[in-house]
Design a binder for this molecule. Structure first.
Ligand SMILES: [Zn+2]
Ligand SMILES: [Zn+2]
Length: 188
């Protein structure tokens, strides 16, 4: 019943939030495709959709991304978490998820300006053609075109247990308490 023994894993790059296939997707990003596939197959694959908890614990300008299942294969399980800066994509996800999201893994690789076409989109949301060194949009303070390639792994899970919390509230939520206790309070 208690998830006291979940080991926690945060050796990934970050989380992307995007619309794919009608639902919002929360997408942990990895640099290595084999690593991502192995972690999925060894852990997430065994989780029942209804047992998966996705938590966002906000603390100042940052938040803890947490996804775990406490009930499946207790001896052979990992929870995933990452302390991340709040971002526009995060805010959009928070407002737009409507209580459901897909969890997928993806690989993330930076791309050089010379390797992409004119309609490629910069991290500032404007296209390569809009850049002349820096971005030409008046309101944009981007000084250099930067982009990346996101390659989604095919497998996905549907998450329906999603909560946004303040850090002061984690004591009332076992999975986020477990995560912050192990990764923050225990060693503080
Ligand atoms: Zn830009
Ligand atoms: Zn721009």
């Amino acid at each position: 019943m208690s998830g006291a023994s979940i080991p926690w894993y945060d050796d990934f790059l970050g989380v992307a939030y995007r619309y794919f296939d009608l639902r919002m997707n929360a997408v942990p990003l990895f640099s290595d495709r084999k690593k991502a596939t192995d972690l999925w197959n060894e852990n997430v694959h065994w989780w029942g959709d209804h047992d998966i908890k996705m938590r966002f614990v906000e603390t100042g300008d940052q938040y803890w991304f947490i996804v775990a299942s406490e009930t499946r294969r207790p001896d052979h399980n990992l929870g995933f978490f990452k302390l991340l800066p709040k971002s526009e994509h995060y805010t959009r996800f928070k407002k737009g998820h409507l209580g459901e999201a897909y969890l997928r893994f993806a690989t993330y690789a930076p791309k050089e300006e010379k390797d992409v076409k004119g309609d490629a989109v910069c991290n500032c949301t404007h296209t390569k053609d809009d850049h002349d060194g820096k971005c030409r949009h008046e309101s944009c303070n981007c000084i250099k075109f930067t982009t990346f390639e996101l390659r989604l792994l095919k497998k996905k899970k549907t998450i329906t247990d999603i909560k946004f919390l303040e850090e002061k509230d984690v004591k009332d939520d076992s999975v986020s308490w477990n995560c912050l206790y192990v990764n923050k309070y225990k060693n503080a």
